[in-house]
Design a protein around this ligand. Sequence first.
Ligand code: TLP
Length: 340
Amino acid sequence: MIDLRSDTVTRPTEAMRRAMAEAAVGDDVFGEDPTVNRLEEHVAGLLGKEAALYCPSGTMTNQVAVFVHTRRGEEVLLHEGAHVFNYEAGAPALLSGVQIRPVPGENGILSPETLRAVLRPENVHFSRQALLCLENTHNAAGGKVYPLKDFAAVAEEARVLGLKVHLDGARLFNAAVAAGIGAREWCRHADTVSVCSSKGLGAPVGSLLAGDEETIGEARRARKALGGGMRQAGVIAAASLYAFEHHVERLAEDHERARRLAEGLREAGYVVESPETNIVLVGVGDDAEGFLGALAREGVLATPAAAGRVRLCTHLGVGDEEVERAIEALARARSEMTRR
Ligand code: TLP
């Protein structure tokens, strides 16, 4: 099987497993795990922030951010396709008691104008708006890079309106590598940033939330309250550290393979948007589930996406040969679907 469902499906490499086996550990709830401490310092440095907090998942780093930036009854503004809104099991309501204001925007991008259009003045009828969440790359938009200029503009508008800004940067390093811009350039415009090591970077688990000392101190309390305080977590943190140190630049290979995949699929007759990073959205018509079944029989796994499309992700476990085989499998699945 060629598994293109997500870049989360990677297995740790031999070198990563060695780093895990050899990791120095301690009790991280006491702040005594040297590997976790090194990872948090390393990632804070990469993102240009004072501090960072290691958590099990991107969902937890995002939700801890929502928790520390808001009070019950407040409103969080985000793009209508945001992961925080659509794929985190209703956690903003469940854990933080906030309401969500989904805002439309092309390619996952929000403009200062759209933000101003949903502004609620101070009035007893209205929920107070506390937080803007942005996502880069934008998953549902097909791994789109948030142009730095647009990001800076909307974040600046948010600041003027008195909102905090959180960046869901689960795939921020994909954006950085694709655009040739340092990850910290986006982070300068956000109060907190979450980044994942378990997506394209290939670690089995792990996400970090970065921000200023005070906010990350509060986040550490929130993580404990949510059951995310881990003990000898250095064993898994070592995989994340390895991923941040060794697997960032290679994301360019995933992007190149995504481009090749899109090109091959276009030649096979598919409607495919040009990928900017490692996510390819492919039009398959009304019966996406039927198509995914046919594709699985041809040895390729993918996931459904909105608007009659399926999502294919390239990652550490997918080489050039797998890409060519996937193109052939999709070509056969297309013939099968048209024969039906
Ligand atoms: N995304 C997963 C699924 O949940 C959809 C995937 O396969 O892409 N932010 C973004 C932008 C994400 O894409 C994801 C995972 C997360 C946060 C959550 O990370 P985890 O899975 O570690 O909780």
